[in-house]
Design a protein around this ligand. Structure first.
Ligand SMILES: *Cc1c(COP(=O)(O)O)cnc(C)c1O
Length: 336
């Protein structure tokens, strides 16, 4: 493995930079998933983060490093929703202008939450790649500072602080299940965890509709995919054909990357709600999909399943969970 462009030291620095602005989220045991998996399963409740998703960590770390001149110019980013909300929150605290570029696929509840934070919104095209073109135009024309949603050392290090918390709160951890889109989250956590404990298995999960990182790893280089609507809207978007950091991190540090379908995502949301009393958005629940379906084979325990966000449209959520609980753990009905 090549020397990573980000070190454990960067992640400790990030932790100091974001302390006070970001919650340390709890890790709780899951009796229902432990019974299904046959090993102890714990959930890290990152959906309880302020802004309802982990992305605040990276955003605060990135914006805390802005020079006074950059702060005065303002920031711009492209987002599937949760990163934009994190950036809008961090910018508001600094009193910095923030412009969030999003595609038409971003759910209305996420757009509304960003608008409420006082950020400027641009809805462009039908993919995060198209939103990125608009963001880069604003960099060129208005001098805004581009904040990548994942392919940035400060963003990766910020998300990596979750890995430090996992090692401290569950030092015996055997496997970590992490939702993957651009790979900033899994890259940061894998770096933190594997540097200290190389034996830990890191398993990424993406949705099977337009999984850019999965297709890129298969091809051996970053490739473009067509973005599609999904319950896991927060896992959409490309990884950038000029990806600098996260492709290599995923290639070098992921032990496995599993794809899950829409039915499996819905089942995970239902399970989180009925068996764990947790409200989790589709993209945040895919670790549970893998456990419910036994999709990763036998995993070294204890398993830490990261729940990464909860910013789901509540009318849609209510529809999904109204189907009731899944059948008894381990029974036929537990398979989505
Ligand atoms: C962004 C996001 C992810 C994926 O993070 P990446 O760093 O892009 O891989 C997972 N879950 C939720 C809820 C997200 O918002």
């Amino acid at each position: 493995m090549a020397e990573p462009a980000i070190s454990l030291q960067d992640i400790y620095r990030a932790r100091a930079a974001i302390a006070g602005s970001v919650r340390r989220t709890p890790i709780v045991a899951s009796a229902s998933l432990s019974a299904i998996a046959g090993v102890p399963v714990y959930l890290k409740l990152e959906q309880l983060q302020e802004t309802g998703a982990f992305k605040l960590r990276g955003a605060v770390n990135r914006l805390s490093g802005l020079t006074p001149d950059e702060q005065a110019r303002g920031v711009v980013t492209m987002s599937t929703g949760n990163h934009g909300r994190g950036v809008a929150t961090a910018a508001r605290k600094l009193g910095t202008r923030a412009v969030i570029c999003m595609s038409r696929l971003v759910p209305a509840n996420k757009v509304a939450a960003i608008r409420a934070l006082g950020a400027e919104i641009r809805i462009v095209g039908a993919s995060q790649d198209e939103a990125e073109v608009e963001a880069k135009r604003l960099v060129a024309e208005e001098g805004l500072v581009l904040v990548s949603p994942f392919d940035d050392a400060h963003i990766v290090a910020g998300q990596g602080t979750i890995g430090l918390e996992i090692l401290e709160d569950l030092p015996e951890v055997g496997t970590v299940l992490i939702p993957v889109s651009g790979g900033g989250l899994a890259g940061g956590i894998a770096l933190a965890v594997k540097t200290a404990a190389p034996r830990v298995r890191i398993v990424g999960i993406s949705m099977d509709r337009g999984a850019a990182m999965y297709e890129s790893l298969k091809a051996g280089h970053p490739v473009a995919v067509t973005e599609a609507e999904s319950l896991a809207d927060s896992l959409g978007g490309g990884i950038g054909l000029d990806n600098r950091l996260t492709f290599a991190l995923m290639r070098d540090l992921l032990d496995d990357l599993i794809l899950v379908g829409e039915e499996e995502i819905a089942a995970a949301m239902r399970h989180a709600y009925w068996a764990e009393q947790q409200i989790v958005e589709g993209g945040g629940a895919v670790g549970i999909s893998v456990l419910l379906g036994g999709r990763a084979g036998r995993l070294p325990g204890p398993v830490l399943c990261l729940l990464s966000g909860r910013n789901v449209d509540m009318a849609r959520f209510t529809e999904i969970v109204s189907a009731g609980p899944l059948a008894a753990p381990g029974g036929e009905g537990a398979r989505p």
